[in-house]
Every structure is written in structure tokens, then in C-alpha cells.
Design a protein around this ligand. Structure first.
Ligand SMILES: Nc1ncnc2c1ncn2[C@@H]1O[C@H](COP(=O)(O)OP(=O)(O)OP(=O)(O)O)[C@@H](O)[C@H]1O
Ligand SMILES: [Mg+2]
Length: 260
């Protein structure tokens, strides 16, 4: 098992908006510390800076101020030890589903002995019959599933998930949520999951961070003190869901109050 801590220190991100000759502050002084092997979820309304935060942690975007440490080392670019599943799939269009997974396994030097695991992941994602199909031959949800199992196959030290299940039906979604938990418990990777779905955040993570928009800030942090496997209709689950929804509404009220 290997995993790494993630520390964001005072991250601020200002984008230039050439279309309006102005700037947009996507993140304001965001700091967070995630322990090795911890599972953290980030929820927040659309446009509040979640993807920007994750892309900076992945090393794909440079912060205007602040820095990210992964395993104590400063992040200066991407690294296969930090896997990222994008909000929109990023499969290689010239490779089949199986080819995409094998390519990633080879790049991470984890190809040897992976055949049975790849077969199992294809089955769980309902893609066994499409292993030899190219991304353009799949539906949007199938592409999303393929991108997720490609990341799960590698089991990196840190797995960054940007709404990886967004486009899926609830049945497939629940199966893949269980697969994410089983990967995390088996492999011990540090997990950061962005989701719009409060239930998904509570079902999967040990701690939920709530972001509010313009500029993006972390406004609350709630531990999820419920043992796995979790029951979505248990009273502590429902209570936590209500508390998070209330806080997300507070974030919206703040916005209206200040007319942002
Ligand atoms: N490359 C960019 N150039 C300019 N502005 C950007 C860029 N990327 C993001 N932004 C802006 O930063 C803000 C935050 O965007 P981001 O994609 O991080 O939001 P998000 O919380 O992931 O939203 P969603 O839930 O809809 O995915 C938005 O206002 C967006 O317009
Ligand atoms: Mg996003």
C-alpha cells in the first residue's frame, strides 16, 4: 500500500478574462491538509472553483499564489503518482477501451500481472463487450466509466476525482461508488472527490469540505463519523445530508446578500 499526504497552502487563482478585459478570482487563499490514505470529498455550487482547485493539486494549473505539497514535495507538474479523472473523460481517441487501460498501466509501470484485475474492472463497469471499442463508438456514460476504471486500475498514491460519475444512471453509479470504496480500502490511496451529489460525498468520504463561490473558499468542513459500508437511509446519514444542504444554502444566501 502506498499513499501520500496532500497539503494546499494559501492557494489563490486569478484568471484573465480576455473576453471582458477583466480578471476573475476563482480561488481565494484556500488551504487544506489531507492525511495519507484519507478520503475527502469537496462539494459546492457550479463555478465555485472545485475543478480549478483539483487541477492545481494535479499540477495541471499554476496557482497565482500559494503552493501544493504532495508527500511533502512541492508540486510543479503532473506525475503518474497522482491520478486524475476529469469531469469530461480524457480517453485517448486512437486507442480502444482496453488499449487505454493498458497504456496507462504501462506508463505507471504496473502492466505486469494486471490482466485479471482489468477484466474484473471492465465487468464491474459493464464494459466487457466494449473492451475493443474506440471512445467515439461509446456513449458519454460509457466513456466516463472507461476513464474511471482506467484510473482505478492504476491505483495511484493520490486519486483526484472530478465528478467521475456525473453522467451515469443511479444503478451504475452505485456499483462504481462501491468499487471506489473497495479500491480505496484495498489500496489505501489518498482520495479527493469532487461531486455535486451530497449523498455521494457522505456515502464515500471521511470528511466533506464545502466550497462557496466567487472567490472560491472552503467555508465548512464536516467529518463523516459513520462506519463503512454506509446505509443511505440511516438516521445519522440523513442528518448529515440535511446539515450539508443547509450549509450549501447558506453559501447561496451569502451570495445574494452581497449581490454577487
Ligand atoms: N481557464 C480558465 N480561464 C478563465 N476562467 C476560468 C478558467 N477555468 C475556470 N475559470 C473560471 O473559474 C471559475 C471556477 O471554475 P471551475 O471550473 O473551477 O468551477 P467548478 O466549481 O468546477 O464548477 P462546476 O461544478 O460547474 O464544474 C469559473 O467562474 C470559471 O469561469
Ligand atoms: Mg468543475
Amino acid at each position: 500500500m502506498s499513499s501520500a499526504s496532500v497539503q494546499a497552502i494559501g492557494l489563490t487563482k486569478v484568471f484573465a478574462r480576455e473576453d471582458m478585459n477583466a480578471t476573475l478570482q476563482a480561488l481565494d487563499n484556500v488551504s487544506l491538509t489531507i492525511q495519507p490514505g484519507e478520503f475527502v470529498a469537496i462539494v459546492g455550487t457550479s463555478g465555485c472553483g472545485k475543478s480549478t482547485l483539483l487541477r492545481i493539486i494535479a499540477g495541471l494549473e499554476i496557482p497565482t499564489r500559494g503552493e501544493v505539497l504532495c508527500g511533502g514535495e512541492r508540486v510543479t507538474g503532473t506525475n503518474p503518482k497522482r491520478g486524475l479523472v476529469f469531469q469530461e473523460h480524457n480517453l485517448y481517441p486512437w486507442l480502444t477501451v482496453r488499449g487505454n487501460i493498458e497504456f496507462a498501466l504501462k506508463a505507471a509501470k504496473k502492466f505486469k500481472g494486471s490482466a485479471a484485475r482489468v477484466r474484473k474492472l471492465l465487468e464491474i463497469a459493464g464494459l466487457e463487450e466494449f473492451a475493443n471499442s474506440y471512445p467515439h463508438q461509446l456513449s458519454g456514460g460509457m466513456r466516463q466509466r472507461a476513464a474511471l476504471i482506467r484510473a482505478l486500475a492504476i491505483a495511484p498514491d493520490v486519486l483526484l476525482l472530478d465528478e467521475p460519475l456525473g453522467a451515469l444512471d443511479s444503478f451504475t453509479r452505485m456499483n462504481l461508488q462501491d468499487e471506489i470504496i473497495s479500491l480505496w480500502r484495498g489500496r489505501g490511496s489518498t482520495m479527493i472527490l469532487i461531486t455535486h451529489d451530497v449523498d455521494e460525498a457522505i456515502y464515500l468520504s471521511q470528511r466533506v469540505l464545502i466550497m462557496s463561490p466567487r472567490p472560491g473558499r472552503i467555508t465548512a468542513e464536516l467529518p463523516v463519523p459513520i462506519s463503512y459500508p454506509r446505509n443511505r437511509s440511516s438516521s445519522d446519514f440523513v442528518q448529515l445530508r440535511n446539515e450539508i444542504l443547509l450549509r450549501l444554502n447558506f453559501a447561496r444566501e451569502d451570495m445574494e446578500e452581497f449581490n454577487l
